[in-house]
Design a protein around this ligand. Structure first.
Ligand code: C2E
Ligand code: MG
Ligand code: MG
Ligand code: MG
Length: 284
């Protein structure tokens, strides 16, 4: 940048840019260190069948067990991992861990063989030529049934390199996994646009769920998003359900699945395995 702007710029050396670059390099080193020390762990949040509340799957959510900072939420490191490219290695790690853990529950907990796992993928991971190989390896190594794995992608990914994304999504689906659009409604996808992508599930963003029982405009919007899912013959998941009246209303609207603090907060592998055992034990 210093060279490009050189001639007519007063200061060739921009200290604020220097600081930003140093901070970025430090963040990268710190993420690399955390990855090498196996500090990234996976928490799981139940996804339930809406009318019954029965656990049908879990979403894998990354956490950083930092030696000084404690348990760090993804909002504080995913964006940085994306910028530095470290998300590729981190994402592969999360994918491996989540597939192995859920495969273990499926094996060890009678009745839980159909519990699904959803895993978030960043747009950055789609730029890697070996994404499909990485997913295939995680499936093979863990022995998990591919149809029980859901890959969550965001609408913004779909806006990027449309043709390449369509190809990759088809390759992923050929492995047997399902594709979900995460945070649906916060991006800019139109109905005709969405039809071009091989997707199975729409996850309706919490922003549309929050006000549904309080505000009739919000309810109308949520209904429209649900209608979009139905028109495209996709299953729907409502994110961020916190109140029972939201569950009832979404269930009445025909939303398939729900996720939110009302049912369970994200928990450690052991906590959620215990919950799965409770749901599927011999007495269920
Ligand atoms: P997301 O994929 O939309 O995940 C749902 C987020 O909503 C989670 O936050 C979850 O804890 C939170 N949530 C669930 N139910 C409720 C509720 O009832 N109320 C409220 N207030 N929040 C609820 P979390 O774990 O902090 O993750 C934030 C975001 O970080 C995720 O949003 C996802 O975009 C990203 N993320 C997490 N793990 C990964 C990962 O392994 N890879 C990538 N690329 N992104 C990840
Ligand atoms: Mg997600
Ligand atoms: Mg989401
Ligand atoms: Mg969300």
């Amino acid at each position: 940048a210093a060279k490009a702007g050189g001639r007519d710029r007063i200061s060739v050396f921009d200290p604020s840019m220097y600081t930003a670059a140093v901070m970025e390099a430090e963040a990268r080193t710190e993420l690399e260190r955390g990855l090498a020390n196996d500090e990234f762990v996976v928490n799981y949040q139940p996804i339930v069948d809406l009318p019954s509340g029965k656990l049908v799957g879990v979403e894998a959510l990354a956490r950083w067990q930092h030696p000084e900072r404690g348990l760090v939420a993804p909002d504080a490191f995913i964006a940085q991992a994306e910028r530095t490219g470290l998300i590729v290695a981190l994402g592969a790690h999360i994918l491996r861990v989540a597939c192995h853990e859920v495969a273990r529950w499926q094996r060890e907990i009678p009745g839980a063989e159909n519990v699904r796992v959803s895993i978030n993928l960043s747009a950055r991971q789609f730029q890697e030529a070996d994404l499909v190989d990485t997913v295939r390896a995680a499936l093979t190594d863990s022995g998990i049934r591919p149809d029980l794995v859901v890959l969550e992608i965001t609408e913004s990914l779909l806006m990027q390199d449309v043709d390449a994304t369509v190809v990759t999504l088809h390759e992923l689906r050929d492995l047997g996994v399902r594709i979900a659009i995460d945070d649906f409604g916060t991006g800019y996808s139109s109905l005709s646009y969405l039809r071009r992508f091989p997707i199975d599930i729409l996850k309706i963003d919490k922003a549309f769920i929050d006000g549904i029982t309080l505000d009739s405009d919000d309810a109308t919007l949520a209904e429209a998003v649900v209608g979009l899912g139905k028109a495209l013959r996709l299953s729907t998941v409502a994110e961020g359900i916190e109140h029972i009246d939201q569950q009832e209303m979404l269930s009445d609207l025909g939303v398939t699945y729900g996720q939110g603090y009302l049912f369970a907060r994200p928990g450690t592998a052991d906590e959620i395995a215990a919950m799965v055992r409770e749901h599927y034990g011999p007495d269920y």
